[in-house]
Design a protein around this ligand. Structure first.
Ligand SMILES: NC(=O)c1ccc[n+]([C@@H]2O[C@H](COP(=O)([O-])OP(=O)(O)OC[C@H]3O[C@@H](n4cnc5c(N)ncnc54)[C@H](OP(=O)(O)O)[C@@H]3O)[C@@H](O)[C@H]2O)c1
Length: 274
């Protein structure tokens, strides 16, 4: 009997990661799920996954997860780098420590995990690495400097990795979600007004929060299943595309950025926070 493929999904305690994990379990993969809130993955355990606690910024956690999977199955066949979050706010007022934390989670944690799963894939000459970036890997908006720059970084990093790993038959695929209904907005928007609402960028911050919340509440966002579907498509494809954009606003806003050019894009995006 053919060995079941082993998938590791990061950020599976909520949102896109949890939804993707559910579908992968249903499809018969051996699924490892990781996040800090291990208690929020009990439902996935009941469905048949193995859940492990992992803060992606902690070397000891990341090493322990990969060692555990090596011991159980030899290694990871498919890595879904999904864990991430957004800090938003005016650059002038944001602490550099917060920005470092943003890079530690969205870029360096993911990169370290990828390094650790690669030897097994390289030796087998097979494997898939799915990196969840964002439409914000290609577009930008006020209040988003640190988050947007991590996702731009991840796009470039993933493109380099894709060509580097091609000779070893390992696919690197970028997933660019648009607006998706998850815990993401709560994590990033809730602290904003309290922190920056009365400062020099207060009015801009308030309009940004209002616009973002309206987008979510007026059904202008997609369910996580939209992203799960493209992740599954990429996993199952023998020749996956380099990148898949999906979810509310992803394709239109990326097209606006690409074809409108800097001035048109800046004008439209500034109206959003006026
Ligand atoms: N929702 C959107 O509109 C949207 C749009 C574009 C891109 N994305 C991207 O999609 C990915 C998933 O986001 P989501 O929308 O599903 O958000 P979510 O519901 O907030 O889930 C984020 C996940 O990341 C995990 N995570 C955060 N910090 C972590 C850390 N230090 N160590 C380990 N895990 C950590 C969280 O787990 P714990 O808190 O339990 O650790 C959680 O499981 C992110 O990379 C995000 O940037 C989302």
């Amino acid at each position: 009997m053919k060995k079941k493929q082993v998938v590791l999904v990061t950020g599976a305690s909520a949102g896109i990661g949890k939804d993707t994990a559910k579908s992968l379990i249903a499809e018969g993969y051996t699924v490892y799920v990781v996040a800090r809130r291990v208690e929020n993955m009990k439902d996935l355990e009941k469905l048949g996954s193995i859940s492990l606690k992992m803060d992606i910024t902690k070397e000891e956690d990341v090493v322990a997860v990969v060692e555990q999977i090596k011991k159980d199955h030899g290694g990871v066949d498919i890595l879904i780098n999904n864990a991430g979050f957004a800090i938003q706010g005016p650059v002038e007022e944001m602490a550099i420590e917060e920005a470092r934390r943003q890079y530690d989670v969205n870029v360096f944690g993911l990169a370290r995990l990828t390094q650790l799963v690669l030897p097994y894939m390289r030796e087998k000459r097979a494997g898939k690495i799915i990196n969840v970036t964002s439409a914000a890997g290609k577009v930008y908006f006020a209040m988003g400097a640190w988050y947007v720059s991590t996702k731009h970084a991840l796009e470039g990093w993933s493109d380099c990795l894709r060509v580097e790993l091609k000779p070893f038959n390992i696919d690197v695929v970028i997933i660019e979600p648009g607006a998706i209904s998850t815990e993401f907005n709560d994590v990033s928007l809730n602290p904003l007004e309290e922190k920056y609402g009365s400062g020099p960028y207060g009015e801009m911050v308030k309009s940004f929060v209002k616009f973002s919340k309206e987008t979510e509440s007026t059904n202008n966002s997609s369910p996580p299943s939209v992203i799960t579907n493209v992740i599954l498509k990429a996993i199952k494809s023998k020749r996956p595309k380099a990148r898949y954009a999906a979810g509310a606003m992803a394709k239109p806003i990326m097209a606006l950025r690409k074809w409108g050019g800097d001035n048109v894009y800046d004008w439209i995006i500034q109206k959003m926070v006026r």
